[in-house]
Write a protein of this length. Structure first.
Length: 301
């Protein structure tokens, strides 16, 4: 009897392993590998996709924004945009950026001009807005405000400006900014679900990522641990899988199970987003390069 149980256990374990491997492979297109599209940057960050599927990313130390078009052409989109870091398109198609030259949130226009959406909180400068996500239904904006001292902060110095490193929410009319999470060591990556019901925030300082329920007024409730891993940037696919970055791209399903790691030959993988005309390319910013891999799952615009 014991031998039969052992044989059955080994067979069942093997089946589960094979099923898991098949599931892992299913989200990446057959035969697909990570390809480097461009390099020679100082540090790439902030990929964001527009409604057509074009992807914009930053060379943050050089204060430049680049565009990778759906027909695979790289162009310089803008320069001098407040050292844009994390970026995201709002529901009207405007490019938003965490511009940490002066610790602000910007709306960047196609002609190169900009509007400052947030410049301070309670009369004090922000620490350094890092990443953001726009609610797909209301247009409210969530952003993280960790502290990463910059050598170009000559006027304010490297000290923390706020009383901690928090997560903030900008109302849909842009008239108010509130703190919605205040118990992080160092919040960084942030992404929400396409239905606007769940927000994920990575505490890179504590190596954990959490999920929240988004309330009707924009506040957050029901904090719960997604996984024991922090992240720099984050994205999500149409199946609800969450993509964390750092050492390559690590994918978790909505219940927090790791289903895949995509290695990237770079010192640090900063961020990722889906793009392309069919939203089935995963674009990756990593150190001095810009990469992509073909997927079977889609991203969301």
């Amino acid at each position: 009897m014991c031998r039969k149980i052992l044989v059955y256990f080994l067979w069942a374990s093997s089946c589960l392993f094979m099923a898991d491997c098949q599931n892992n492979k299913s989200i990446i297109a057959e035969g697909a590998t990570v390809e480097k599209l461009a390099d020679g940057f100082s540090f790439t960050e902030g990929p964001a996709v527009d409604k057509a599927g074009n992807v914009y990313f930053t060379d943050q130390p050089n204060d430049k924004i680049f565009k990778w078009s759906v027909d695979d052409k790289l162009t310089e989109y803008a320069t001098g945009q407040g050292r844009a870091n994390g970026m995201y398109f709002d529901n009207e198609g405007n490019l938003l950026s965490c511009s940490d030259l002066n610790n602000e949130l910007w709306q960047i226009n196609a002609d190169g001009s900009h509007v400052v959406l947030v410049s301070d909180f309670d009369g004090k400068k922000l620490n350094g807005p890092n990443d953001l996500w726009v609610h797909p239904k209301t247009g409210g904006i969530y952003f993280t405000d960790p502290l990463y001292p910059r050598e170009y902060w000559t006027s304010r110095g490297a000290e923390m400006q706020q009383d901690g490193q928090h997560v903030y929410y900008i109302s849909p009319d842009y008239m108010s900014v509130t703190r919605v999470a205040t118990d992080f060591k160092q919040p960084n990556g942030i992404i929400g679900t396409p239905d606007g019901k769940t927000l994920y925030v990575a505490d890179i300082g504590d190596r954990k990522t959490y999920a929240y329920d988004i309330q009707n007024d924009g506040t957050l409730a029901g904090k719960r641990l997604l996984c024991e891993m922090g992240s720099d940037g984050m994205t999500i696919d149409s199946e609800g899988n969450i993509y964390l970055t750092g050492r390559g791209v690590t994918v978790f399903n909505p219940v927090g199970e790791q289903i895949l790691n995509i290695p990237v030959e770079a010192g640090w993988t900063a961020n990722a987003c889906f793009g392309g005309s069919d939203m089935k390319w995963l674009y990756i910013t990593a150190s001095q390069g810009f990469y992509r891999i073909r997927m079977n799952v889609k991203g969301v615009k």
